[in-house]
Each structure stands twice: as C-alpha cells, then as structure tokens.
Design a binder for this molecule. Structure first.
Ligand SMILES: [Zn+2]
Length: 153
C-alpha cells in the first residue's frame, strides 16, 4: 500500500527512511501514522523494532503495520515534521513544521526520555547532533548526564 506524497527508501540516518515525493508547506499534513490504539504499550514488531507511540497520556498507537509507511520516518535533532494526534479523528498525522521539498527525508522528534536515549544513538548528521535520540526539551539534561558520567582522566 502506498501513501501519496511520500515514499520509503534507504536513509543516510538509519535503515529505511520516509521521503517526500512532493513539496509540503508548514502545517500541511504529510502522511497518517496508522495503527491500532491500546491503553498498553505494544511490544517489538516482527523485525525487532518498536513502533509504539504514546499519542496521548496512556494511549498507545502500534505503528508496526506494513500499511503504515510513516513508521519509517526517522528521528532527527532538527526535525522538519511533528507527529500530531487528532483527537476528533482518533488519528495521528505527520505534519510539516516548515516547507519540505520533494526528495527531503521526513523526520520528527521521537520524544524519548533520558533513559531511552542512552540505548538509542542518533546519526541524523546535524553539526550539533547530540548523538542520542532524545526529546528536544531534555537535551540539556542529557548533556549534563554525559558530562558527569564521562570517565575521569
Ligand atoms: Zn541527531
């Protein structure tokens, strides 16, 4: 199944990425992030990866279905999209944060905690990449943690 406007292909960041095949303007819907919702976090998918998203407090979306190309969207330190839960439609959408040109990789902030970030390296390629997948507001805490946990010489 394909979603107009996007395509999955190998990414310089990690694995398969999600790429725009057309231009998007800031605030525009890019692709739905589809899957069943549940009050409990789903476990890893068949490929061992986790596509669980807490779309609202206590509400989890399992994005692991092959019908959900948006699951390939990578995290980046300067994402060009955000994942927005539309309560009235019970649906999550990737929305453009700025103008996105056809061919650009679509990325969003996975919003990982400090503990999660320590297990998930970031390779987004930004000059100031923090090297960990972590929610933007938590980056100062991560920098403090890395500074104080570095071996002393
Ligand atoms: Zn990064």
């Amino acid at each position: 199944m394909s979603t107009p406007g996007v395509a999955s292909r190998p990414s310089p960041i990690a694995g398969l990425g999600l790429f725009a095949t057309q231009d998007f303007i800031a605030g525009e819907r890019i692709a739905p992030y589809t899957g069943a919702t549940n009050s409990q976090a789903p476990g890893p998918a068949e490929d061992g990866r986790i596509y669980a998203l807490e779309v609202a407090p206590g509400l989890w979306l399992d994005g692991s279905s092959a019908d959900n190309p948006a699951r390939h969207a990578n995290h980046a330190c300067h994402p060009n999209a955000e994942l927005v839960w539309h309560e009235s439609e019970s649906a999550a959408w990737l929305m453009a944060l700025r103008t996105i040109r056809g061919g650009e990789e679509i990325t969003f902030d996975y919003g990982f905690s400090l503990a999660e970030s320590l297990l998930h390296p970031c390779a987004c390629g930004a000059p100031d990449c923090v090297r960990r997948i972590i929610a933007t507001p938590l980056r100062p805490a991560l920098r403090r943690h890395l500074r104080f946990s570095r071996p002393r010489d």
